[in-house]
Design a protein around this ligand. Structure first.
Ligand SMILES: Cc1c2[nH]c(c1CCC(=O)O)Cc1[nH]c(c(CCC(=O)O)c1C)Cc1[nH]c(c(CCC(=O)O)c1C)Cc1[nH]c(c(C)c1CCC(=O)O)C2
Length: 366
């Protein structure tokens, strides 16, 4: 493994592993994104996936929020997208401004698994650019904060690969679940195998913590979640950690974010992840009581609170810290990605409040 500069702020790692923290660490999903004018400036010059595939540009964009909110963010997340796995599997994915991801030639029938997707994916060949970006970014961070890697979870990726983009009903992807369940499982397993290799590669390249995004978990009933999501996200945690240990590499903390899957919190806290990320529909008291300290909780402010005035943001953060606690098993985040039309100043108020109230509640300052 590469030699990296020593880590100066390990708050998020300690929180994920259940160690005491002097205040709750904070980062924000999509913290490198369109709400930042400096990001929009780069996007005017380069296509979305060109940024992902050019390590220098991915590094630059990953560092933008770290530099702007100097000392206020406790983690950086590598600039990439969950849809790089479908690309590695052989599908074309375009990022269309104002529309989002589009897959012009999606999977339609089960036979497409064999005709449209690569048989074997060598992640070092197909996704080596992500590994390069991670190594370069970790060096550029110079130990300021840990670097997070991530993947999309199998069900969410399968849904994009069949829908061909975003969808309100996921009717096409769900047709597979209920008409071709065996083919759906074969596809989910194929994605899982690539996801495991990809996460291991990210960790070897320098990712110090990783997150699995099941963004469409909440579209499934509890029963279908247990069939089509949970086994695969469980397999990912198990296999990634086992393989790293076998190779003599210390596993890094892993986070699972299943948006909308509040009903699965108990299971999600018992399948090998260190941290469970919550969306804003989950009551912190409920989440704490059902997970019983087995995992660190992350989240869960409604991203739209950042449209509120500064006092509302401060009051919401205070309440959140009071309920989740600030010294143990908690990482502050939003319940989903920061929205593109948020004022970057409001993000600053959010971060500053996490610091000041966190220290205050912990008794570090009067
Ligand atoms: C579902 C999903 C995607 N991508 C991702 C998810 C899971 C998280 C979630 O549920 O939101 C994950 C993701 N996408 C991006 C990151 C980078 C790191 C970070 O969090 O800062 C991460 C972690 C950059 C991005 N990914 C995307 C952008 C904006 C695209 C642009 O610049 O044109 C960014 C900064 C595009 C994207 N990518 C995706 C969608 C639906 C969209 C369009 C919607 C949107 O724009 O918010 C797929």
């Amino acid at each position: 493994m590469t030699d990296f500069p020593p880590l100066k702020n390990d708050l998020i790692i300690r929180a994920a592993l259940g160690e005491k923290t002097e205040r709750a660490p904070v980062w924000v999903m999509r913290q490198a994104g369109r709400y930042l004018p400096e990001f929009r400036e780069e996007r005017r010059k380069h296509d979305f996936f060109t940024i992902c595939r050019t390590p220098e540009l991915a590094t630059l964009v990953t560092l933008q929020p770290i530099d702007r909110y100097d000392g206020l963010l406790d983690a950086a997340i590598i600039f990439s997208d969950i849809l790089v796995i479908p690309q590695a599997l052989g599908l074309v994915v375009e990022m269309v401004p104002e529309k989002g991801p589009v897959l012009p030639n999606p999977l339609v029938v089960p036979e497409d698994i064999d005709t449209k997707l690569q048989k074997n994916v060598d992640v070092y060949q197909e996704l080596g650019y992500v590994f390069k970006a991670i190594t370069m970014t970790r060096k550029a961070l110079n130990g300021r904060v840990p670097l997070l890697g991530f993947i999309g979870a199998p069900w969410t990726l399968m849904a994009y690969m069949i829908e061909g983009g975003g969808s309100n009903t996921l009717s096409k992807a769900k047709t597979w679940l209920f008409r071709y369940p065996e083919a759906a499982k074969r596809l989910l397993q194929k994605i899982t195998d690539v996801a495991v290799d990809f996460l291991i590669g990210q960790i070897i390249a320098g990712a110090q913590m990783v997150q699995v995004f099941e963004s469409w978990g909440g579209e499934l009933s509890p029963h279908d979640f247990t069939t089509f999501s949970l086994p695969y996200v469980a397999q990912i945690a198990e296999r990634v950690k086992a393989k790293l240990k076998l190779d003599g590499i210390t596993p890094v903390p892993m986070t699972i974010f299943c948006k909308g899957s509040w009903y699965a919190l108990e299971s999600l806290s018992s399948i090998g992840y260190d941290t469970v990320s919550l969306d804003w529909t989950v009551d912190p008291v409920y989440a704490k009581s059902i997970t019983k300290g087995r995992v660190t909780l992350q989240g869960n402010m409604d991203p739209s609170v950042l449209y509120g005035d500064h006092d509302t943001i401060r009051a919401t953060v205070r309440k959140m810290l009071e309920t989740f606690g600030t010294s143990e098993r908690y990482i502050v985040n939003l319940g989903h990605g920061i929205l593109p039309t948020v004022d970057p100043e409001n993000m600053k108020v959010f971060l500053e409040t996490v610091h000041s109230v966190g220290l205050q509640l912990n008794g570090a300052i009067a």
